[in-house]
Design a protein around this ligand. Sequence first.
Ligand SMILES: Nc1ncnc2c1ncn2[C@@H]1O[C@H](COP(=O)(O)OP(=O)(O)O)[C@@H](O)[C@H]1O
Ligand SMILES: N[C@@H](CCC(=O)OP(=O)(O)O)C(=O)O
Length: 379
Amino acid sequence: MITNRDQLAGRRRWVVKIGSALLTADGRGLDPERLQNWAAQIAALHAHGCQVVLVSSGAVAEGLARLGWPKRPASLSEVQAAASVGQAGLVEAYSRCFERHGIRTAQVLLTHEDVAHRGRYLNARSTLLRLLELKVIPIVNENDAIATDEIRVGDNDTMAALTVNLLDADGLIILTDQAGVFDSDPRRNPQARLIDQCEAHDPALLDGAGATGGALGRGGMRTKVLAARQAADSGAVTLIADGLEPDVLARLTRGQPVGTLLLPGQRAKRAARKNWIAGQRRVRGSVRIDAGAARVLRTAGRSLLPIGITAVEGEFRRGDLVACVDAEGDEIAQGLANYDAREARLLIGQSSERIQGLLGYGGEAEFIHRDNLVVSREH
Ligand SMILES: Nc1ncnc2c1ncn2[C@@H]1O[C@H](COP(=O)(O)OP(=O)(O)O)[C@@H](O)[C@H]1O
Ligand SMILES: N[C@@H](CCC(=O)OP(=O)(O)O)C(=O)O
């Protein structure tokens, strides 16, 4: 577990969030020089073997500039229209910047549903992981064009934390227009002091964190601290720093004293995904597994392959929570199924190489991947 900055070097998977306040040149749309600068910094991290997911705001700000609107409109549909116009520009601008470094980018627009709904959760995760394998930089933003108030995540600090949880990232870096987290809002209090490091769950942290952002931002420091707490719950550190500080990303990831480090603290690291799985109350079906599968699930933390399944009960869909029971009917584990019940019945006792032939399409080799499996307590 990370307890200080020296331990940051060598961490591999980072989610970097860039807020509206930083991206725009005085509300006049995106600042191309800044984007170029971050792209160069991210390219350098890439070259050192880091995987980076970029969560970038700026769609609304860029849309306002493109439409010639002087300020954020009050009506939701106008904000959504601006976001749609601006998102195209945002991704275009990033892809141009990264191209110079020979790096491809991908646009990933997520909604609350994508990170909360079982099937889509798996889809979002596998797409992002595949992009990282392909050495592409995913550029994530909330899908503002269709997210209504009821279903929106609302701010990208939270979206970035959800992305950390989704991918089990090592750390979250939030770049903003302040040097880090202060003990009170530095915009209002010139005496405010920068916090160097602290536990994300320290109750005092929220006392000084204001909830209002700048003219274009959404969350202020409060959502950043709450995001750090969510990241902490899956064992990740959060660094909050000034995005205009020279070489900020390299310095932060090397453990130099820049910005604020928020630590996961004593919380037991249990992958967020596993917490989330454990929190899903409704088991939709079950698979009976043989003694060998039961043993490796219980003791070796392995995935459940179709070959270990001896029977399938109930009706469930891909992404549903399914119980794995042994020959005596004792529950060994619960996890998210990669195949629905009909497919599972066809795969009983089969080796993974046969999946393509049996179903007519290929998919995951595992019926439940070990990352999506929570072993039940011993009886
Ligand atoms: N304790 C604090 N420390 C630092 N900044 C704070 C604090 N409380 C409130 N803020 C405000 O939060 C702002 C950053 O939030 P926001 O405008 O939403 O940025 P972003 O667009 O980067 O998400 C800062 O400009 C600052 O005025
Ligand atoms: N999704 C919105 C950004 C919302 C948001 O969280 O902004 P910020 O607090 O500046 O990161 C956009 O692209 O404009």
